[in-house]
Every structure is written in C-alpha cells, then in structure tokens.
Design a protein around this ligand. Sequence first.
Ligand code: SAM
Length: 415
Amino acid sequence: MTPDLLGEGQELLAHIQGLVAREGPITFRRFMALALYHPHYGYYTRPGARMGREGDYVTSPEVHPVFGYAVAEQVLEMWEAMGRPRPFTLVEPGAGTGALAQAVLRWARQRASELYDSLRYVLLEASPHLRDRQRQALAAYEDRVSWRRSLPRGIVGCFLQNELFDSFPVHRVAVEGGALREVYVDFREGRLQELLGAPSTPRLAAYFRRLGIWSGEGCRAEVNLAALDFMARIARALERGFALTFDYGYEAQQIFVPWRREGTLMAFYRHNPSHDPYARPGRQDLTSHVDFTSLIEAGRRHGLEPLGLTTQARFLSALGIGQEMAQEEDLEGYYARRRALVELLDPASLGRIKVLLQAKGVARVSLRGLEESNEVALQEALCHSERSEESTGAQSELREGSQPAGQPDPSLLSG
Ligand SMILES: C[S@@+](CC[C@H](N)C(=O)[O-])C[C@H]1O[C@@H](n2cnc3c(N)ncnc32)[C@H](O)[C@@H]1O
C-alpha cells in the first residue's frame, strides 16, 4: 500500500468517531451528508476530479458536448412554446464542472441567436471547488451566467438538472418484525457499524403510507426526503416554464421490490462500483436511485405538472441526436461523436437514465424529446455516417497524413 492509500478517508472517520462519541449513533443520512459535503473532507467539497474519465464516474455532459446540444434543442422548443419570453432563465442546480452549461450556451450562441439574446443562465453549486471550475469553463459567457446560493424566485424559464437528486443524502430504512426502522451509524471496535433504531422523522412512515408499497421484511431501502424538498422548492420558484431532470432511478413500484434486498445505494471509486458506503469516507462517491413517483408528486403539490417520463436513450433519439453524424467530416471529431452517441444511448448505462419533463403555467404543449423516438432513424444515421466516411475517403486521406476537406466548426466539437 502506498502511504497515500493508508490515509484515505482517515480525517473524516476521526471526525465521525468524535461526533458519535459525543452524540451517539447518527442517522445514515447524516453520515452520507458528511461523506459527500463535509466542508473540508467531503467528497464533493475537497478539490480534485469527481465526474469525468479521470475521476470516479462519468456523467453525460462529460462524455461529449453533443449531450448539451440536444438539451439546447429541447430548450429552444420550450422557449418558442412559451411565446419567446425575454428574459428566459435557465437554472442549473448541481452543475458540476459546468460542461452542460457550456454546451447549451455554445449551441444557443451559434445556432439560435434570438434565444441566446434572451438567455440568462443561473448556476447553483454546493461545492466551492466546482464553482471555481464552472467560472473557468464559462468565462466566455460572462454576460449570460451568474451564480446563486439559493434558488431564485419568479423564474420564467426552465430548471435543468443532471444527476442532482441521486447525489443527495438519503435516509436508509428497513422493516423488522413488521415495523419501520431506520439505519443508524455507530463507531465500535475501531470501525463504522450499522444498527437499526426508531425512525428519526415521522416523514419516513408517511412516505410509505402515501405510496402504499414496501419492498418486504428484511429489505433495506432509501428515502430521499431532500430530493422531495428540493423539487417542491423548484416548483415554487418557477413562475412559468419547465423542469427537465435527468437522473438514475425508476418509478416507486420498480424500486421498492423484494429482490432489491439492499436497496439501491452504491459507492463509486475510480469507476469501480461497490456496496460498501463505509470504505474511504469522503473519498468515494455515494449515490442512490431516485423514486420518480414521489418526485413527480412533490412537484405536483406545487403546480408543477408532469409532461412525461422517458429514458435518456429515447429522449436523445427523439431529438435527433444522431442527425448531424453524416455532416461530420473531420475524422477525429467523427469518431469522438460516434463513441459519445453509443455511450449516451447505451441502455445498460447512461441510456437508461430517466428523463422527467414537467411544466407549470404553460398551455398544453407536446415536446419533441417525449415523442416516440425513431431509433431506426438513429441507426440509419450511424450507418449513413459510416458510408459517408467511406465515400468521402476521409479515412484514407488521413492515413496519408492530410486533413479531409471541409472542416466543421472546431468550437462545436470540443468540450
Ligand atoms: C453527481 S454530480 C453531477 C454534476 C453535473 N450535473 C454533471 O452531470 O456532471 C452532483 C452535483 O450536484 C452538486 N450538489 C449536490 N447538492 C446540491 C445542492 N443542494 N445545491 C447545489 N448543488 C448541489 C454537487 O456538488 C455536484 O456538483
């Protein structure tokens, strides 16, 4: 073991040990909040790579800007459906490195100048370190972007969140002898250990009463009350417009099922998943699937009506994400975009992310992202681009060291 690895997570562990010695066992929710967001030792608050190839997990905006370009196309349609309001505010909570904001703004500036002129882009970010990265990434859009510490009110526009809710601290619960119990974290025999106790809040029992389902005796499950509260705040903050949410998750009847004995909580460290949330506290990501049934209900109570729930693969296909493949003439750009499409649409990975569209104060509207996607057309686009590559002879030209003619705008190809 390198000296570096010996110390991994020790500072936070010592902090939690002291906390438990003073106050007794803490809820799993509190443990997870410390592991991810402790001001000095939290996973998201410490400097260093988190999302992206060099980090612990990959998110869609980090794969390729083409994800943000598709989102921007959907945003353009929303703006038009609302009668082209000015200003039109995009609010992105949990914007990570700023990659999605950068792609959306770049696309709007180059492809939809009237939308761009109306745009304001507001970012909220829990991590000071990531806020700095966002400022660097978005320096070219200084006149359009701003940062807030809390949700602004009276928004006419769209809330945009990618993998926000699955990074919120969750309560963990179990049913023992027919009674709802909560998971607490204790420090004994030199390590963190779980024990079950009385629920720390009546909201946990109310959550399952409302849903009318439970996984079964002995099963563990997560309850993301913070996600419901945040969605309620989004709904209240939105005066008129949309919310577009991408997150791993399912509807409640697919989450609270007997075969998920350990729930959906996962840890990620250098792209390796694990079921041990207590290894390396503050040094590995912790995440759990979102219960979209409860999330939709939380918005609905404040006038945010669901328009549809689909998968990322369907959403991006319906928006025609593959259509520009055929026009790609730079071979490197072509392969980067092609690899990105495969990754973004992979039904076993990013493609299975759920996409929730909600609206408030907007006349009935059908959005392109929710239309039956034409996956055949997408396949054809991918095949067509293969043929066009052969027919332009781009590959052989490059092999001989020269660039194919007609380079695309490089700023639309890079992150
Ligand atoms: C899983 S990452 C996703 C980042 C980015 N959206 C992406 O797709 O690459 C979750 C992000 O949400 C941020 N976050 C978590 N809770 C937050 C909150 N209450 N307000 C603002 N940002 C938050 C984290 O710091 C992190 O940047």
